[in-house]
Design a protein around this ligand. Sequence first.
Ligand code: ATP
Ligand code: ZN
Length: 304
Amino acid sequence: MASFFFDAVFINLFGTDYMNTLLRIAIQKSGRLQEGSLEILKESGLSFSNGKDQLKTQARNFPVEVLFLRDDDIPQYVEDSVADVGIVGENVVAEKQKNIQIIKRLDFAKCRLSIAVPRSEQYTGVEWLEGKNIATSYPNILASFLKKNNITAGIHEISGSVEIAPGIGLADAICDLVSTGSTLLSNGLKEVESVMQSEAVIVANPVLGPEKKILFDKLLFRIESVLKAKNSKYILLNCPNEAISKITSVIPGMKSPTIIPLAREGWSSLHSVVDENDFWERIDQLRAFGAEGILVIPIQKMIV
Ligand code: ATP
Ligand code: ZN
């Protein structure tokens, strides 16, 4: 119903049949980005099948086609307009150096690209790397890091299992993705320099046509609502009336909290929204001000 209404508006406002335009979104076929990418599209209301070995699929309820690709290929496909937009790690965007734009950070697949050396080494600082051989799948990012630090080192490009390179005598150090550091540890390495922080991002071709732009803005609006909701919680609590103003200053909500009188004389129920990041700190303050029966509920979508 809602989608029919929007389609009708598109046709009337612009005199064009926007129903024939599909926004093509490239996501990783399988790997660490796949689940988060599918989740964010589905939470944004897109419904589609994603069977194994499928190369592409069309959403049933939104003019979107999803392409399943290797993550390394996504920047090139977006630059070439084979896909209009894509979901990929910032690390891959930085490495591939294609003419694409980062539109939004998506708050998942967080990791860092770091330099690691054998644990037995006395690492004194970045100058330790001078004249050494470093194995990596990210030669461009590593080259600019070394240049920025005035270091001349050999870059040995390998495509997988970079962490074994020092152990088999292929390199003195590595530059690879790290999240917990457990892979480094089990290969006898220690992290010594952080080269870049990364998370999944939406990238787009810088010259989307007007029809695609409208579709992308509509999708982006939904994605932003999902991301805001993920970072917020709905909070309900009971408090004595004299504590309302203090409590309101701690959890002001989107505009102001909802306050409903309780059957119990002199007490109210207060409803508001609180940021996930400073949630525990706020709860401690609320309890100190006399709040009781605090309930915290996840929010599915947040339109502000
Ligand atoms: P493909 O077959 O698509 O080329 P891949 O093996 O290159 O896959 P993955 O290991 O699935 O890639 O990683 C994809 C992306 O996920 C990385 O480019 C990075 O942005 C992110 N990532 C990698 N390692 C981690 C990690 N340990 N924790 C969180 N995110 C990570
Ligand atoms: Zn890859």
